[in-house]
Design a protein around this ligand. Structure first.
Ligand code: ZN
Length: 274
């Protein structure tokens, strides 16, 4: 996910300044063939620049969303945040404005599976991030909805997005919710790293760090060796250590704390250490 921020401060919605308690996320798509986010925001070098003056950072518009997903200047896909998340947006034309963060996916000609695949993935990651931030369950009823689903529930105006596009590309909103839930689960519980295949498999740095964490957990669960158990109990009684994770590695800061406590226990003033 690639997230930038450019608030639409001149938009009347921003100026109105009402806030909401976030209960869900509503997915929209723009309904116009222009995949570039700078169609909707003033932009900059990274976002691309709007030269037509038709962006949404101006007064007199009756709509405003929290973000746009689409193409940045380099042609890559990203998300630009246009309202603070807890700001009340004008995206649903109904009660969903009081509960849902709303974002637009910039449409292209609705005929390019490659573009769709990328914005779909970005939108799913973005929605998962919002669910994580606000403790939302994307599979719970009414939490993640598209505009058309909102209309069916009487909390949004009569628009068809995104159901004129997603199904054409083989995706339903149930697929989308399931993908968001999967991303959210991965973010909350990365699980164990996969073992490299064979004996000579390459281990990436990220995998190595995961293995290291796993190894430290294993060490921490091992009890102290026979010969050290009595000393560990004494050290615990004297407050040098909490006695937990006896075989795990100690950081320099932990060693420093232990020494300091030992010195203080022995009665020598700590500032006498040279
Ligand atoms: Zn819509």
């Amino acid at each position: 996910m690639r997230l930038r921020r450019q608030y639409l401060t001149q938009n009347d919605c921003y100026q109105t300044g009402r806030t909401i308690r976030v209960r869900g996320v509503m997915v929209h798509s723009t309904g116009a063939d222009n995949p570039r986010v700078c169609r909707y925001v003033p932009g900059d070098e990274e976002l691309g620049r709007n030269t037509a003056g038709n962006h949404w950072d101006r007064p007199g518009l009756t709509k405003c969303v929290h973000a746009f997903v689409g193409k940045f200047a380099d042609g890559g896909i990203g998300t630009v945040q246009t309202l603070p998340w807890e700001h009340r947006g004008w995206h649903a034309g109904g009660a969903a404005n009081n509960t849902h963060i709303g974002f637009e996916i910039c449409e292209d000609g609705l005929d390019d599976p490659d573009y769709f695949g990328k914005v779909y993935q970005e939108a799913a990651e973005f929605t998962a991030m919002l669910c994580q931030t606000y403790g939302l369950n994307p599979l719970a009823d009414g939490v993640v909805l598209c505009h058309a689903e909102g209309h069916a529930r009487d909390i949004a105006s009569n628009h068809g997005d995104v159901l004129h596009w997603f199904p054409k590309m083989g995706k339903s909103m149930d697929d989308f919710r399931a993908d968001v839930a999967r991303l959210l689960k991965d973010a909350q519980d990365p699980g164990e790293p996969e073992e490299p295949e064979g004996g000579d498999g390459e281990v990436t740095y990220e995998q190595w760090k995961q293995f290291m964490d796993r190894y430290r957990r294993e060490l921490g669960q091992r009890s102290a060796p026979e010969w050290g158990q009595e000393e560990l109990e004494q050290a615990k009684a004297l407050g040098f250590t909490d006695g937990k994770r006896p075989q795990d590695l100690a950081s320099r800061q932990e060693v420093a704390s232990m020494i300091l406590r030992a010195v203080q226990e022995s009665g020598a003033p700590a500032d006498n250490i040279h």
